[in-house]
Design a binder for this molecule. Sequence first.
Ligand code: HEM
Length: 417
Amino acid sequence: MTSSVLQKPLEETSPISAEALSCPHQYNERLRAQGSVYKCPQSGIYFVTDFETVRKIARDHETFSNKFGQAMRPMNASQVDEEIAAIQAEGYPPVDTMLTEDPPVHRRYRGLVNQAFTARRVATLEGNIERICNDLIDKMLARGECDFVLEFAEPLPLTVIAEQLGVSLDDYELFKTWSDAFVAQLSGMASREEALEAARMIVQFQQYFAERLAERKENPQDDIISDIVHAQLEDELPLDTPEMLSILQQLLVAGNETTTSAIAEGVLLMIQHPDQFAKLKANPDLVENLVEEVLRLSTPTANMWRVVTKDTEIDDTPIPAGSMVMLRFSSANRDNVTYPDPHTFDVERENAGTQIAFGYGVHMCVGASLARKEMNVAFRCLLNRIESFELACDEDELNYPPNVLLRGLSSLPLRIH
Ligand code: HEM
């Protein structure tokens, strides 16, 4: 499949088809070669692929809006059927908050949520992240083999954020199920059955967290959910329950799968490049740059939507109001103008820190410092405790499930020593 899609003329395949998503880097290279913006004749969507233009558009939130909230809900309005509406009626109304709002409304949400993701909060989590990493490594080493995604890269961010959102250990499975349901819904590939299931999951999630929010209002703890409940800005209303639920949902969707994918890809890159692994073993101070280089190459939020608010143009291509634009962060991060030899994994790459895996502009990831901390501690612990890893499957068996926005390995079977 991979080679055939690359041989066809561009206009025969949509860039968001499963075929194109199966070889994103080569496909994006073709898109970049034909200019900074590509209009797909099949869908009418405009794809933006080079580093400078992606940054330019991400900065211009007045022309390129984030109000694509409908895409995050189970189905669009015209398709909502009675069954879904009846399920939704049992929960709280959906509200567009951070990711799916624009300034000035966005500013209030970011101002309030930033209070929960301070440098102090992230610093206090370091010891806990290290403890979780070492526990997970103990279990993997005891068996000598593992599915690294399932046994390390997934439970690490999930445990960190679950603890911070007041989820008890007994409810972890439930928490993971909600996270998966939201991601399935976002994938753009959900069937109607999956959409119905996602609606049920969202209501269950809302009811569970409405209780946690009420608990923390009465009895604040030293955690992120308490910071969100009690966040205040001068002259601004505090967050109400539907707004907080929307924000918690975004933390789950935006925070788990992405960090999992980045950590798993980092380990795969180290296995594929023993010379780089040896450099890291010899000099752990390189880990900070390793994190940036892994973010650049993995870019787990590969793509993101924008909606055009007024007639405009990008590099002489006219774009009418109402058009959908896709920012291809993963393509920008492999633009050879900005990153010489862009597909090479180089832990000493000088400008790795300029990568835009966390986006750019007002929507730049609110959890970036938490994700960086998790990756940093995870790679340090792994490098410190693991002598060597090797793949326990053929490289061509590794699978990246097709997803319009997110990209990451579904599993990573390893032998570890
Ligand atoms: C490696 C891990 C991560 C990656 C690659 C990533 C990537 C991104 C990107 C690209 C955006 C910008 C979207 C846009 O421009 O429209 C974003 C926004 C966001 N991220 Fe992350 N993220 C990561 C981890 C996290 C974590 C750990 C959390 C929270 C626990 C989080 C929460 C959010 C939220 C709430 C937004 C929306 C911010 C806004 O619109 O103002 N992310 N993330």
